[in-house]
Structures are given as structure tokens and as C-alpha cells.
Design a protein around this ligand. Structure first.
Ligand code: G3P
Length: 217
């Protein structure tokens, strides 16, 4: 399973990249705003800064909600760097835009996926990735993992190339469960990625090894 980090924070991106396990980055307008990145040129520059840290797909989201605007914005984003993936919301105009970008061989990430029907439409339009929002479904008492499993089944049935990018990951169990189900990619915060490494028995065992080594020297 590929590991993407879901942030626009350059320090977190650098730290995850230095672990050597990072395959890409996803951002969204909320994450950009959280880092105080505002204004068109600053936003474009920030995407380039991310691409200069990580050698992998970097999702950059359009703000337009109509086909023409999405195409204009997406082409500008795609021209920034070869690793940019144009992130497009799951709305009818977005489906048209995904189809357009697919015909131009520009990669897309269809975001705000909350149903299998939406995932099916995005795959038919030729999306490179779809982002089902696992945590946000869990937040409303709906099992996000069930949706990912359902999409996995549908994509396998028809051998769609579209990759399932599990988004809205909140904790390490989400990552492990996504790996069990066969999600192609997960995108989560640095905290959830780093938490995968934690185990008290590892800490205890290491302390014991070091103490025993110190006794013999
Ligand atoms: O980037 C999309 C998604 O990962 C957002 O996550 O935590 O805001 O639900 P969250």
C-alpha cells in the first residue's frame, strides 16, 4: 500500500519523507488555509515547494465548481510540476473535467467520495485516484471501511485502473484496516503514520538490550 501524507505543512512533509516510506502528498483548500497559504501565487508556489521535497504524486485541488473553471485551473496546476495530480470534487461538472483530463493524460484525484456509485462514476470517467473519506463517514456513524471494501470489489470486478486512495485517516488502525481491505493508497497525518511504529514491548525490549549491553562494558 502506498503511503501519502495529508498535509500542506512543509516540516511534516520533510519529516515523513526522511522516514523513507513516503510515496506522495495530498492537500486540500482547508489544509492550505491551515498553513496560512493564501493568494493565488503563494498557493502555486507552495505546491512547487512540496514537489521539491517529495518525488511522488502531489494532489492540488481546484476551487472552481464548473467544467471550464476546473479545466483552466487544473491545466495551470498540472503545468507547475510533472508530479502534480489535479484534485477534483465529485460533482457532475467534476466528472466531465476528470474525463477531459484523462483524455489529456493529466492525472486526477476525485475527492469527496462518500458512496460506491460516486466511485464507479469517477472510475468510468478515468480518474487516476478516488478519495473516499473514511474518517468523515465514521464521524456520522457510517462504517467508512465498508465503503472502501465495496469499492474494492467493484473495481476488481471490472479491472478498473483507478486507485483507491483512502482519505480522512485519523489513526493507525485506519491505516492497518485499509491495508487489510486492499486500499491501493492511504493518506493520513504524520501522527497516524508515526504511530504505526509504536509498541511498549519494543520500548521495553530496547531498554533491556541497552541495559544488558551497558553491564557487559
Ligand atoms: O484531504 C482529504 C481528507 O483526507 C480530509 O481529511 O481529516 O479533514 O476529514 P479530514
Amino acid at each position: 500500500m502506498k503511503f501519502f501524507i495529508d498535509t500542506a505543512n512543509l516540516n511534516d512533509i520533510k519529516e515523513a519523507n526522511e522516514l523513507g516510506i513516503l510515496d506522495g502528498v495530498t492537500t486540500n483548500p482547508s489544509l492550505m488555509a491551515k498553513e496560512g497559504i493564501t493568494g493565488e501565487q503563494n498557493i502555486l508556489d507552495h505546491y512547487v515547494a512540496i514537489c521539491n521535497i517529495v518525488d511522488g504524486p502531489v494532489s492540488a485541488e481546484v476551487i472552481s465548481t464548473n467544467f471550464e473553471g476546473m479545466v483552466r485551473e487544473g491545466e495551470r496546476l498540472a503545468a507547475l510540476h510533472k508530479n502534480i495530480v489535479v484534485k477534483i470534487p465529485m460533482i457532475p461538472e467534476g466528472i466531465k473535467a476528470i474525463k477531459y483530463f484523462s483524455s489529456k493524460r493529466i492525472k486526477t484525484n476525485c475527492t469527496l467520495i462518500f458512496s460506491a456509485g460516486q466511485a464507479l462514476l469517477a472510475a468510468k470517467a478515468g480518474a487516476t485516484y478516488i478519495s473516499p473519506f473514511l474518517g468523515r463517514l465514521d464521524d456520522v456513524s457510517t462504517n467508512g471501511l465498508d465503503l472502501i471494501a465495496q469499492i474494492r470489489l467493484i473495481y476488481n470486478n471490472y479491472v478498473f485502473d483507478t486507485e483507491i486512495l483512502a482519505a480522512s485517516i485519523r489513526h493507525p488502525m485506519h491505516i492497518i484496516n485499509c491495508a487489510e481491505i486492499g486500499s491501493d493508497v492511504m493518506t493520513g497525518p504524520l501522527s497516524a503514520i508515526k504511530a504505526l511504529a509504536n509498541h511498549p514491548l519494543t520500548d521495553l525490549g530496547l531498554a533491556q538490550f541497552l541495559a544488558d549491553h551497558a553491564k557487559g562494558n
